[in-house]
Design a protein. Structure first.
Length: 178
C-alpha cells in the first residue's frame, strides 16, 4: 500500500520468521514528553548461534601487550628486614644492642631464605664501633685515670704544696684536692 502524502516511500523489508520483529519507533504524531516512551528502543540482540556482525575491513590492528616488569615480583614482607633496619640505626648509638638485634634479624632472614643487607651492615658497623670504643678506652681514658692517680700520689708526698713533675709535665698541687 502506498502513502498518499509520499507515493514513492518504499515499504519496510520483511524479516525472516526465525527472528523476532523489532518494535516500531513511535509515530510522528505521538505526544512529546519526558517519559520512557520518548527514547528509541534498544537495538535487537542477535540470537544464540547467529553469525557475528561483520566489522569494517580496515579494523585497527593492536600491538602486543607490554613486557612484564623487570626484577623480582612484589612479595610479602621479608622476615627480619624491619628488625635489621632498627639494628642499623641503633648501631651508631648503642652498639651492643644493635649487634644483638642484627644477629637476630639475620637469623630470621636466613631461615626464610632471604638476604638481609640491613642486618649485615648493622652487625659490621656495631662490631667495628665497639672495637674502636675499646681501643679508645685503653688509649685515652685509662692513661688519664692512671695519670690522675700518679698526680695525687706525687702531691701527697709533697704535702699538697708547690709544683710537682709527673711524666714530664708540671702540676700545681694547689689545684689537686685530696
Amino acid at each position: 500500500m502506498t502513502d498518499p502524502q509520499n507515493p514513492a516511500a518504499p515499504e519496510p523489508p520483511q524479516q525472516p520468521a526465525s527472528q523476532p520483529t523489532a518494535p516500531q519507533p513511535p509515530a510522528a504524531d505521538a505526544p512529546s514528553g519526558t517519559g520512557p516512551s520518548d527514547y528509541p528502543p534498544p537495538a535487537p540482540r542477535p540470537e544464540y548461534g547467529a553469525a557475528p556482525p561483520s566489522y569494517p575491513a580496515a579494523s585497527p590492528a593492536y600491538g602486543s601487550a607490554p613486557p612484564a616488569a623487570y626484577g623480582a615480583p612484589a612479595d610479602g614482607p621479608v622476615p627480619g628486614k624491619t628488625l635489621g633496619i632498627v639494628a642499623f640505626v641503633l648501631s651508631f648509638f648503642v652498639q651492643l644492642v644493635a649487634l644483638i638485634l642484627g644477629i637476630v634479624a639475620l637469623v630470621q632472614s636466613r631461615k626464610a631464605g632471604v638476604k638481609n643487607g640491613w642486618a649485615v651492615a648493622a652487625i659490621i658497623i656495631s662490631a667495628v664501633l665497639m672495637l674502636l670504643g675499646i681501643i679508645l678506652f685503653f688509649a685515652i681514658v685509662l692513661p688519664l685515670l692512671t695519670f690522675s692517680g700518679e698526680v695525687l700520689q706525687a702531691c701527697q708526698e709533697a704535702g699538697f704544696t708547690g709544683t710537682v713533675e709527673v711524666r714530664g709535665l708540671p702540676v700545681d698541687c694547689a689545684t689537686v684536692s685530696n
